[in-house]
Structure formats: structure tokens, C-alpha cells
Design a protein around this ligand. Structure first.
Ligand SMILES: [Zn+2]
Length: 424
């Protein structure tokens, strides 16, 4: 007897009429037309069953704090950082935990079951670190939360940051972060990359740095990050987040950079909603889009994920934890409008992001965790087009969220009574 059988599903790779059988929280069979007795049976009716959404770049210590203590007037990254500095001394652990838990509720409802969150370690109380470690424990039954020790004020620019970062790692934060473009000089930025990568190598940690989040084409810390990755044998374990300066770099220089990034196995995370909002702010016209070169990175063999980065915080006042909204913006900004390009954008919020986080048991293969989302869409492209409703979300075989099918009843004479926004 199976625990769960999902029948007649379409999978993101295009296979249709597929059944997934689940026992003990694990996928035990994937086959077309499979039928067997199960405690719970769901007929997917040809709709898309996807592995859960994964957000590889988020800031859960700041989420849902929009308007505290005031709103970002200029809308720039730097005013956002200053505003976060004003908010930090006012933070209480209870409020921070409550906001993070609320965001995790939103995430689960949207089928987002794994989040890598940066946590600012520059506060000497490490209040946000303690709070998010608590949140991580509390949400563990339904969501994977991975934490990055993020020196928001600069690993070297804040003279105590390295010590605080090491303390955060010792307390249970997993990944080494950084922000080289925010250090006082390019040399200091490069030195911070070197020191942080050495720390990660020493402690066997993954690395994920905010890297070159700027329109300055000469912000080239991604080069140092890739070089240090190879020098220290960290291939496949290092991620450059944002890399927006690549948008503005000289094409010849990029042609030399891309193979280095590929050889180092460095992943890149673009954050389309926030990059298009924060970058290009010093431009008049033309205004740069400020997202990294996603199609070119993919063509060079680099793993690229899309992150949400911010939801209702000092940098971005919108968002709801919907990774399909992120993919939707990503494909527009990168002009990845071919069918293949749009499917690649779906992968950027699922498979590629799971690869960044080194998630175990992720996918729809036999032996993977039975964590998946049934979407009100026929395929990945339609899912992005409609930012499709999440009908059912399972985590390790357990139903954790359910939303009724959305169908509008049309009251127009001579036209069909229902509108579902599907071409078929
Ligand atoms: Zn970020």
C-alpha cells in the first residue's frame, strides 16, 4: 500500500500522463499510467507537477519590515542599506521571528520549500542570527532554511566583522557570505574575497557573496572570487550573488571572464525584481537594466539561479514569495522569450537554485524526497505566464498547503460561463 499516488501529471521536462508513487516520504516509482492502492490519491488531470520552488537568495532578517522606521525615499540600494542601519538597533527578536515565520507561511503557500537567506552578522548582539537560527529550527518540518553569514557593513570595512562572522558560523550559520564591492577600495574588496574563501576552505563551508551589486563596469570581484575558488579547490561550492556589474562590463573582458567562471564551477544568482528596481539609478537615459548576463552565462555552462532577494523591506516594497513572479521578471529583463529560454527561467527557480544550495533529495526521480507542487497550469511556460495557482503542495509526502482551483464565472451573455486563461 502506497502512502500517496499522484496520477496523470505533466512534468516540467514535458513528459505527460505520469504517475508518482510515494512511500515513507520518498518517491518510489515514476511511470506513465501507474495505478496502485494508496492512502491518498490525487488525479492531477494533466496539470503540471513540479519539484518545489527554491529561492537561493533572500534576506529573511529584513523581510516584512517595510515602512520601519520609515520608507526608502530614493529607492536606491545605498538608502536601503542606510535605512537598514537605522532599523537594526530597533529590532527585537520576537518581532523578527514573527515576521520571518509569517514569510515562511507565505512561502509554503506558494510552493517555495527551500530558502537560502543571508543574515546580517554586523550587529554585535547577533540578534538576527539567534532569531533566524530559531526560525530555522521551527520551520524545519515544512521548509529548508539555509543561512549565510552576511557582513552587510563590509567584512573589512567593519573592523569587528570577521570575528562576528566566525561567531555566527560557530552558532550554526552554514554558509560564508561577503560584500566585496562595499569595501572601501577595490584592493580591500579583493582581500575580503581572499580571506573569506580561505575561511570557507578551512572550515569546509559553502560560499555565497553579494558580488559586484553595482553598475560600475570596473567592479570585478567576480574575477577574484572565481580565481580564489580554483586556487583553494572550492569548485562547485561557491556562488556570486547579483553580479550586476557584468551587465555594464566591456564585452572583450566578459569573453575572458566567462570561461574562468565556468572552470571554477561558480554559480551565479540574479535577482531580477530587485536588480531592475535598484540598478541604473545613477543613469539618465538610456537607463541600464542592471541584471547580469543570464543567457550568456548559461550558454557558457555556468549554473544560474534567480532569487527573490527582498519582500517588503528597506529595498523593495513588493513581493509575496512567488518564485514564478521572479521567473516572469527574469525572462523579460533577460529577453529569454524563446520556449527554451522560458523553460530555462523555470529551472532557475527550481533545479538550478537547488544546485546552488546543495539540496539533497531534490527532484522528481525515484529516491528523491516526495516534495512537489501541483500547479494550475499545463506546463512550465504556462505556469510562468499565469504565475499559476498552487493547487497542492506536498513536503516529504505530507500535504502542507492547498488552494482551490481559481475559475472566474463570467456573466456575459452568449459567451462561455467560465474563464480559465488557458489556450486549450
Ligand atoms: Zn541580497
Amino acid at each position: 500500500m502506497l502512502d500517496l499516488l499522484v496520477k496523470n501529471a505533466c512534468l516540467p521536462d514535458g513528459r505527460t500522463g505520469m504517475s508518482l508513487a510515494v512511500r515513507g516520504g520518498v518517491i518510489v516509482e515514476v511511470a506513465p499510467g501507474l495505478d496502485a492502492p494508496a492512502h491518498e490519491v490525487t488525479d492531477a488531470q494533466g496539470l503540471l507537477l513540479s519539484p518545489p520552488f527554491v529561492d537561493a537568495h533572500f534576506h529573511m532578517d529584513a523581510t516584512l519590515s517595510h515602512g520601519l522606521p520609515r520608507v526608502n525615499q530614493s529607492g536606491t540600494l545605498l538608502e536601503g542599506i542606510a535605512l537598514w542601519g537605522e532599523l537594526k538597533p530597533l529590532l527585537t527578536q520576537e518581532a523578527l521571528i514573527e515576521r520571518a515565520l509569517t514569510y515562511c507561511d507565505w512561502a509554503v503557500a506558494k510552493g517555495l520549500l527551500a530558502i537560502r537567506s543571508h543574515v546580517d552578522i554586523c550587529d554585535p548582539r547577533l540578534l538576527a542570527v539567534e532569531a533566524l537560527l530559531d526560525v530555522k529550527r521551527r520551520v524545519a518540518p515544512y521548509l529548508d532554511l539555509q543561512l549565510v553569514a552576511f557582513p552587510q557593513d563590509g567584512a573589512l570595512r567593519d573592523p569587528q566583522a570577521m570575528d562576528k562572522l566566525k561567531r555566527a558560523l560557530a552558532m550554526g550559520v552554514e554558509v560564508v557570505g561577503g560584500i566585496p564591492h562595499f569595501e572601501r577600495t577595490s584592493e580591500q574588496g579583493a582581500l575580503s574575497v581572499k580571506l573569506l574563501c580561505e575561511l570557507a576552505a578551512e572550515q569546509g563551508r559553502l560560499v555565497d557573496m553579494h558580488c559586484d551589486e553595482s553598475d560600475d563596469p570596473l567592479s570585478r570581484h567576480i574575477e577574484t572570487l572565481a580565481f580564489e575558488t580554483r586556487r583553494l579547490g572550492l569548485e562547485g561550492r561557491v556562488t556570486g550573488s547579483h553580479c550586476t556589474s557584468m551587465h555594464s562590463m566591456d564585452n572583450y573582458y566578459v569573453s575572458k571572464l566567462l570561461p574562468l567562471m565556468f572552470e571554477a564551477g561558480v554559480s551565479v544568482i540574479a535577482n531580477p525584481l530587485v536588480n531592475i528596481t535598484l540598478q541604473g539609478r545613477h543613469d539618465s537615459y538610456p537607463k541600464r537594466r542592471g541584471m547580469t548576463r543570464v543567457p550568456e552565462l548559461l550558454a557558457a555552462g555556468v549554473n544560474v539561479a534567480f532569487g527573490h532577494d527582498c519582500v517588503m523591506d528597506p529595498w523593495y516594497s513588493l513581493g509575496s514569495g512567488d518564485m514564478l513572479e521572479v521567473a516572469h521578471m527574469g525572462l523579460h529583463v533577460a529577453q529569454m522569450t524563446s520556449q527554451q529560454g522560458m523553460r530555462a527561467c523555470f529551472d532557475a527557480v527550481t533545479l538550478n537554485a537547488a544546485k546552488v544550495m546543495h539540496l539533497k533529495g531534490y527532484g522528481l526521480e525515484v529516491g528523491c524526497d516526495a516534495s512537489f507542487v501541483l500547479l494550475q497550469a499545463r506546463d512550465a511556460v504556462e505556469a510562468i505566464r499565469l504565475r499559476a495557482n498552487r493547487l497542492k503542495v506536498w513536503r516529504k509526502g505530507v500535504l502542507v498547503a492547498e488552494t482551490p482551483e481559481v475559475l472566474t464565472q463570467l456573466r456575459v451573455e452568449g459567451r462561455p460561463g467560465e474563464v480559465g486563461f488557458s489556450q486549450r
